[in-house]
Design a protein around this ligand. Structure first.
Ligand code: DHE
Length: 527
């Protein structure tokens, strides 16, 4: 058996892998040693997850052992799971697949007590000054997540000066979420940590660990609550956003007692609720937060109490179960949050399409022919010839699909230079930016004209280097694109001329998040 070095693996992870390998010399027929040598650096020594998901029987219910062998052999598209077929023989692959279905020696636990014990308030809410310690427009700042050395940078969105750079928890995933005033931002890490950062004072103010293997977090439209979605344990966890005090742990279990991982949780401000995508149950969960007495005006779609509707009478913080016809673990919402467009992935029936569910009635209103794993979470919308359209990239198909949201028909399929991960625009921009994240053309970015629905330009900022994920400034004038490499950069472009203006060195920058766009739920960005 040969030893594997993961492509693109950071030095920190690599040294962890080598350390594990050094401690546990590999004996070919011993699955524990094989696992430690090949898998532990990403999936955790105890199989509790890391950069990769937890590998325990309770988290593999949608994967047959044969499919697990195929993933080990061939890798998993659209994830960081590489193919081991060249390094491991069939006996090793079978042995590893069997190992991950064995019950753990000690059942992992992360409940109330563990969450409370992890909680740290560094600067209690209200104890730091209320005025920014910088001159920049506080609504035109960018947060840039740097996954190479686990840092984040705060950029002035007008001058692109770096105001602060600070260490984050290991392997942040999902977008950081802002309070509606744009003063605080919350980060979620794959290993379960939630960090609250005070942008005005450029300080981490509170932290808590919500789970062992977490997916993402959401912040309520009024900025008062934070919800975390976990793969391990199977839970949603609610916190008071002020100091990250624990409010409630929701075990995610069906009425028949079957438990489920949570793929992700989203805030739906017009509905006044959190919406959770469940990985192992054919249900969507909606959990309302208390509606404010006064209208909240800071998000684009939350103007008056009249516009706030729930379409149901579920009490605050109680779960409303919405039964759906399939597993739905990747979501996109219409602007009003009346409908969720969902797609199933992570099972053998991967990526055959999507469906549209009315969140009030729970009824399926349309099927969407979107084979090739649409990445709905990256979808964006705009007005086209008097109709609202949405566009989504595909994780396993070189295409961008454009859908008319009035009748849910696919009106255009654009051929791209490879499967993409992220798309972005801004209401003030005539263009949509779509990256080519996978394959030999991962150094390319397509620019699509919103009026003609055609690719009008393909940029190659740095040949051979992955170019991905765009975010506009608050005005839609300039945008940032990541050179997604260890010695990477964010590149500032002019949104109209498409000319490069400057490069800011960064360590494998992934997502970039503009305060205005996020707090206003700008139509061209993720929410
Ligand atoms: Fe993500 C967001 C799921 C792999 C980088 N990713 C999201 C969200 C979901 C999701 C549900 C939206 C949550 C949110 O923002 O609150 N991602 C998944 C997967 O299921 C998948 C395919 C497999 C997995 O390992 O989890 C996956 N994601 C990746 C990566 O491999 C990426 C490229 C690198 C990384 O850091 O893990 C990656 N995902 C991101 C980023 C966002 C994200 C940067 C936020 C995008 C945004 O602009 O809002």
């Amino acid at each position: 058996m040969k030893r594997v070095i993961f492509p693109g693996m950071s030095r920190r992870v690599l040294s962890a892998a080598l350390l594990v390998a050094a401690i546990a010399p590999v004996v070919a027929d011993e699955p524990r040693a094989l696992y430690q040598a090949q898998c532990a650096s990403c999936h955790g020594e105890q199989r509790l997850g890391g950069i990769g998901p937890a590998l325990l029987p309770g988290n593999l219910s949608r994967l047959t052992p044969q499919a697990a062998e195929a993933v080990i052999r061939d890798g998993r598209p659209a994830s960081q799971m590489p193919a081991f077929g060249d390094q491991l023989d069939e006996a090793d692959i079978t042995s590893l697949a069997e190992w991950i279905y064995r019950p753990p020696e000690v059942e992992p636990r992360w409940g109330r007590d563990e969450i409370l014990a992890s909680h740290e308030v560094i600067h209690p809410d209200g104890s730091l000054p209320d005025v920014p310690r910088f001159d920049a427009d506080p609504l035109n700042l960018f947060i840039v997540v740097e996954t190479g050395d686990h840092h984040a940078s705060l950029l002035d969105g007008d001058t692109f000066e770096r105001l602060h750079r600070f260490e984050t928890r290991y392997a942040l995933h999902g977008g950081p979420k802002f309070t509606p005033d744009g003063r605080h931002v919350f980060f979620g890490s794959r290993d379960g940590w939630i960090t609250k950062y005070d942008i005005y004072n450029m300080e981490v103010v509170a932290e808590v660990r919500a789970g062992i293997n977490m997916r993402n977090i959401a912040v309520s439209g009024d900025g008062r609550y934070v919800m975390a979605a976990n793969y391990l344990p199977h839970s949603l966890v609610l916190f008071d956003a002020h100091n990250l005090d624990l409010m409630k742990v929701y075990p995610v279990v069906s009425e028949e007692g079957e438990s489920s991982r949570v793929s992700a949780v989203y805030a739906a401000p017009p509905r006044g609720s959190f919406i959770a995508a469940l990985k192992d149950l054919e249900e969507v969960w909606e959990i309302p937060w208390p509606l404010p007495a006064e209208p909240v005006v800071s998000t684009g779609h939350m103007a008056t109490p009249l516009e706030q509707h729930r379409g149901h009478d579920t009490p605050n913080f109680q779960v409303r179960r919405i039964a759906v016809p399939d597993y739905l673990d990747d979501f996109f919402f219409d602007l009003e949050y009346d409908h969720v467009i969902g797609a199933s992935r992570g099972s053998e029936s991967d990526g055959q399409g999507g469906m549209v569910i009315n969140l009030d009635s729970g009824e399926k209103v349309a099927d969407l022919p979107l084979e090739g794993m649409p990445h709905l979470g990256s979808g964006i919308t705009w007005e086209h010839e008097g109709r609202r359209v949405m566009a989504t990239p595909h994780l396993t198909r070189a295409a961008v699909s454009i859908i008319d949201m009035t009748d849910w028909s696919v009106i255009k399929t654009l051929e791209t230079d490879g499967p993409g991960f992220f798309m972005r625009s801004h209401a003030n921009s005539p263009f949509v930016w779509a990256d080519v994240f996978f394959g030999p053309n991962r150094d390319r970015v397509h620019v699509i004209d919103k009026a003609s629905l055609e690719i009008v330009e393909t940029l190659i900022p740095e040949p051979g280097k992955t170019a991905a994920h765009v975010e506009f400034d608050r005005h839609g004038d300039k945008l940032l694109l990541s050179l997604w490499e260890e010695d990477g950069a964010v590149i500032v472009y002019d949104g109209d001329t498409l000319e490069e203006e400057q490069r800011i060195p960064m360590s494998k920058p992934s997502g970039k998040y503009n305060v205005w766009n996020k707090t206003r739920y700008e139509e061209g960005t993720s929410h």
